[in-house]
Write a protein that binds this ligand. Sequence first.
Ligand code: HEM
Length: 351
Amino acid sequence: VAKATVPFFGRVQAGVETPQQRFASFVALNLRSGVGSEGVARLLRLWTSDISLLMAGRPAMGDAAPELADLPHRLTVTVGLGHAVFVAIAKPELYPLSIKDLPGYSIDALESKWSGGDFVLQICADDQFAISHAQNELIKGAKPFADVHWIQQGFVQHRPNGETPRNLMGQLDGTDNPQPNSKDFSSVVWNDGKDFEWFANGTVLAFRRIRMQLETWEKLSPGAQETVIGRNRTNGAPLTGTIEKDLPDFAAKKDGELVIAPDAHIRRASTGRNIFRRVFNYSDGVLSDGQADVGLLFAAYQAEVETFLEIQARLAESDALNRWTVPIGSGLFVILPGVQEGGWLGQSLFN
Ligand code: HEM
């Protein structure tokens, strides 16, 4: 297992459809001033080479500690670009999204230290050590071109047999998610290149750092917690069903009342167009009020940003969960298409 690798080269980048690893580090970097098309191309070529080596369990070029690279634990590094990169390379017309950044929502209390970024590296593995080594090498390589803006680290509950993991609020999180390697997954996540040819097999990452207010959440009864989500806490079944995979019946009523409340999270989040959530928990020391700083690194992948925007706007407007969660970080990134051997990440942007 320690030597297990995920292929780097392919139609799409690794780290999205890849079965979720236990740990993640999201690294946002900002372009240094004066770096233009040539610098960005050099950085993307360098990252291509280093990421392909590190994911294969081999040292990066000029690796400061080559003996640390041999146990990748299914390491993946997924590279995304923010709007500013398209401006820096003088190709703003190739930016494939309708907005430069996610809008602000009434529920947000965004902190700039957790928000934005010109590049993102999503680094995942089943071992934090492997992540840390890769992160150090990739940040070091980027130095002439970009500086780190933020790093956010997360983890997933490890459950045997591929069961849906719980988040730190106690819920099974990931039930109604497209299944990797299904047709549904491809249409939800991978862009078809119809609007921007170069973007075929890319995707969009909407990233949110969402703090959980566990001290008040934990005061709710199990039944009240279930009403907030619309699912059973024990096995994740919708309140209208008996097992986790039962489909929710949003029309069902009992004693004249909707069984799944009007503002239940799953009702508000259901629009008929899904997104793929690949979320990690975080637990990061203590807040000034003495409470533990915990929450979700919410990473959603979708072929078009509009799908995410529609769901997020509905949740901002009404979602019972909002009383116990606060978005404090936000970012929007264009995840580059995959690379074939001999090519490099983002190459088609420079032709
Ligand atoms: C701390 C914040 C959040 C928590 C704790 C949370 C928790 C959950 C839970 C427990 C479920 C039900 C199980 C499942 O299908 O995975 C769920 C479903 C879902 N959530 Fe969240 N969520 C959070 C934030 C968000 C955000 C920000 C979005 C999108 C903007 C979102 C979109 C969805 C969607 C699309 C579903 C599936 C709904 C369905 O069709 O049944 N969630 N979430």
